[in-house]
Design a protein around this ligand. Structure first.
Ligand SMILES: *Cc1c(COP(=O)(O)O)cnc(C)c1O
Length: 358
């Protein structure tokens, strides 16, 4: 009898990530509002660039992502040497954990923080620690109180997912100031394009702040898997040593570069998201549901209890509308709803209104 080798410590404690569902049995016209995708799709320029690049799929892609880093640097006014690209920002989060933590180290995040933080921490053998939030918002004092000698990485998403709340620049700076030597603050900016703060200024000034960004949300390239990180050169150098040399495909690189340069598309999507998000929040509040102001492309609707959230989720699903029940985030009494286009917002509000009036 032979047996497979045992996995590294911590790996079997990982809870498998659950993606947003995309199908409902027996319903053709499904509206997927569970993964914070762009209801307007991707920029036409990005789609054209991807089609063109597909002709060269027999060739290995660039290893240094110079073209994409130059585009990002130009648009955001950054040093391209301080940028790294990954297969989604998930890969950047994973690389940060692989590079900086191991058994005995702690990775700090918050109560309702993104589930990839504990997953990547455990994959590296480290221990994830959750600090409490206050009213579904990151609490700087609670995070600082949870820091120990073993803390190496602190992850916060700003705006946060699944709550949609935003921590102001002063509070983020206070957090960065309060962390001990040798501890890196990672600002996950997956939704920064929708918000007033992006953390890049702080990361430009401070070596202990690192920002992650993605093409999956505002840019509508979730299926392409492209993200990037910005930080101190020393941190980028470390990450590049463990990054797969061909971690991004030709097609993904071409699509992302074209998407980054199509500012008109981004501006139009941002404006429409703000308008539709306003309608969605107002509509939910009119129906008597609690709903914080959101700074992202989704809102979190609060129900009386978990049973009510589950029942409304089931009623929506039966009508072909898929939203997210964020039980794994400790928010069982809530539903997270991606902001759709105008028709999508109408449809989900009609569905919830019908459930409320049942
Ligand atoms: C969607 C999301 C990401 C990243 O997604 P990628 O597709 O891997 O870039 C990262 N953080 C948060 C909080 C997210 O919601």
């Amino acid at each position: 009898m032979t047996s497979a080798p045992q996995p590294q410590p911590g790996i079997m404690e990982i809870e498998l990530y659950q993606g947003g569902a995309s199908k409902v049995a027996g319903v053709e016209d499904v509206l997927k509002l569970s993964s914070n995708e762009n209801p307007h799709g991707a920029s036409p320029a990005a789609m054209e660039a991807a089609r063109d690049a597909a002709g060269a799929m027999h060739l290995y892609p660039s290893t240094d992502h110079a073209g994409l880093r130059a585009a990002i640097a130009e648009i955001h006014d950054l040093d391209p040497e301080r940028i790294i690209c990954g297969a989604g920002s998930d890969e950047i989060i994973h690389m940060l954990c692989q590079a900086f933590v191991g058994p005995g180290d702690e990775v700090l995040h918050t109560e309702h923080g993104f589930l990839m933080y504990p997953i990547s921490a455990r994959a590296a053998g480290a221990t994830p620690i959750a600090a409490p939030e206050t009213d579904r918002t990151v609490d700087v004092e609670a995070l600082l109180a949870a820091v120990t000698d073993a803390t190496r990485l602190v992850f916060i998403a700003n705006p946060a997912n699944p709550t949609g709340t935003l921590l102001g620049g002063q509070a983020v700076t206070r957090l960065a100031d309060g962390l001990p030597e040798g501890c890196l603050l990672v600002l996950d900016g997956a939704y920064a394009e929708f918000a007033e703060e992006d953390g890049l200024g702080l990361a430009q000034r401070r070596d202990n702040v690192f920002v992650t960004r993605t093409f999956s949300k505002m840019y509508g390239l979730g299926g392409m898997r492209v993200g990037w990180g910005f930080g101190a050169r020393a941190v980028i150098d470390v990450l590049n040593r463990i990054r797969g040399p061909f971690n991004l495909s030709n097609v993904a690189l071409a699509a992302a570069e074209a998407a980054m340069r199509d500012r008109a598309f981004v501006d139009a999507c941002r404006a429409d998201n703000a308008a539709q998000r306003g309608r969605l929040v107002a509509g939910l509040r009119d129906l008597g549901l609690g709903c914080d102001e959101s700074h992202a492309n989704f809102v979190l609707a609060r129900f009386a209890d978990r049973d009510a959230a589950e029942a409304c989720d089931a009623a929506l699903k039966a009508s072909g509308v898929i939203v997210r029940h964020p039980v794994g985030y400790g928010l069982g009494d809530c539903l997270r709803i991606t902001v759709g286009d105008a028709a999508g917002v109408d449809r989900v509000l009609d569905g919830i209104a019908a459930w409320v009036a049942r």
